[in-house]
Design a protein around this ligand. Structure first.
Ligand code: DX5
Ligand code: ZN
Length: 223
């Protein structure tokens, strides 16, 4: 199965959001990654429902909504209604994670759990059968354009081991500091979704950058 590319609109030009979404529409991007930050769970505030609604109106690509917010349960139905296809909550923000996951699935969305760089992958042991996607944070959440954390490779391998007994495939999504240099090693380690913000939006040819990330040759991969 070919890996997926999810450009993060946090790095888009908000004064030209329609232009940037149309670029993603033309590109080989699979999902649009939407970072929701509340200024409490993370030290930054991004955007909320009106922006999500606008993005949803402009695209048919699935919206991959990454909730960096406390108490996400309060808003799950709203995010679904505003167009989320995937809803990812943070392990660190959910007291009753199992209940939260069930709710996301009841809504008909892909259920994801994101883990901060300091959270042991092993903490997903008792939830791994229930979820569709794990978002391995390769930066500390809150900002785009940060430096990739190298321990991510080991964490992907740990996650693959943990997921071995699953019936269905697991989306292993990497979020933060993904670029042309680490993309192939990440895929080799077992990632199958790459989120990419600044690498795409600061590129001279954004559409080609997405194309190149999508078409990285993994044919010589030895896993
Ligand atoms: C970080 C966000 C990321 C961010 C990625 O808190 O969750 O999705 O937008 O941006 P880059 O690729 O620039 O690190
Ligand atoms: Zn994100």
């Amino acid at each position: 199965m070919k890996h997926l590319i999810a450009p993060s609109i946090l790095a888009a030009d908000f004064a030209n959001i329609q232009r940037d979404i149309e670029m993603i529409n033309r590109s080989e991007a699979d999902w649009i990654h939407v970072d929701i930050m509340d200024g409490v769970f993370v030290p930054n505030i991004s955007f909320g429902f009106p922006v999500l609604a606008a993005v949803n109106k402009l695209t048919n690509k699935p919206l991959d909504v990454h909730l960096m917010i406390v108490d996400p349960d309060r808003y799950l139905t709203a995010f679904k209604d505003y167009g989320a296809a995937n809803i990812t909550v943070h392990y660190e923000a959910c007291t009753h994670l199992h209940r939260t996951i069930q709710k996301i699935k009841e809504l008909g969305c892909t259920a994801g759990v994101a883990v901060n760089p300091h959270t042991p992958i092993a903490h997903l042991h008792d939830i791994i059968e229930e979820i569709d996607l794990v978002c391995v944070m390769s930066v500390n959440p809150g900002f785009g354009g940060q430096k990739f954390i190298e321990s991510t490779y080991r964490r992907i391998q740990e996650l693959k081991l943990l997921a071995q007994g699953r019936k269905d495939a697991l989306w292993i999504e990497i979020d933060g500091g993904v670029n042309q240099l680490n993309a192939l090693p990440l895929l080799k380690a077992g990632a199958n979704v790459l989120v990419t913000g600044n690498t795409v939006f600061s590129a001279e040819n954004q559409e080609k950058t997405i194309f190149d990330l999508k078409n990285i040759s993994t044919s010589t991969m030895t896993i």
